[in-house]
Ligand binder design. Sequence first.
Ligand code: JF5
Length: 248
Amino acid sequence: MRIDIVTIFPGDVERALGYSILGRAQSAGLLTVKAHDLRDWTDDAHRTVDDSPYGGGPGMVMKPEPFGAAIGALSQPATHVVLLTPQGVTFTQEVAQRLARETHLLLLCGHYEGIDERVSRLVDEEVSLGDFVLTGAEHAAVVVVDAVGRLLPGVLGNSASAEDESFAGLLEYPQYTRPPVYRGWAVPEVLLSGQHEQVRRWRRQQSLLRTARRRPDLLARAELSEEDWRLLGEADLGSEPFRRSPES
Ligand code: JF5
């Protein structure tokens, strides 16, 4: 896959994506990421990318022409153009899986108080990380490249594809490693028992309970088996252990 990113901070974005698993994926030729300076598609001496809003009001609005010229220069027939903005559809694992099937992504990063509305006519979709506002969409672009990049064939280890199917349904079960007792908190006995079928049932039950407590919205949409209903029914929904400062 190739991912081009249009931003006023191309150096920072490329550096952020050059480390760890995504850096290795790029070195291995599984993924190519290139960040481009939006100001390269301006034509004035000051390389202006913003202007004051029509109708008045505070702040600045990003001009449409540099984005339009960048899209024109970087797009191929197969390119999928994504504008990162709080106005977009919410980015989920399902969106990441859909984008991971593309061969060429072009991500556009907005800034300031917003972008001229006509830029939306030039893109395939608008995507938002969630209901919050960033100073710039660069951090959103890095998140999207990370979530999409780890889904590409060969980027993660062997367990990758199986693991990803499990998400979007239920939350993961709790995991433990050594030591068997830490600060008086013991690892659940069943995990030390070597009884694989009991371990499997316990993990499934923990996933169901944790999802019921923390994300009832996910549980409502999950497809539960007969066994799932039994595992849920036989357990006390209860509450989670205290975190810091229970009296605050
Ligand atoms: C931005 C107009 C972009 O705040 C964001 C963002 C949040 N989720 N995804 C992107 O980007 C900055 C602000 C205003 C366009």
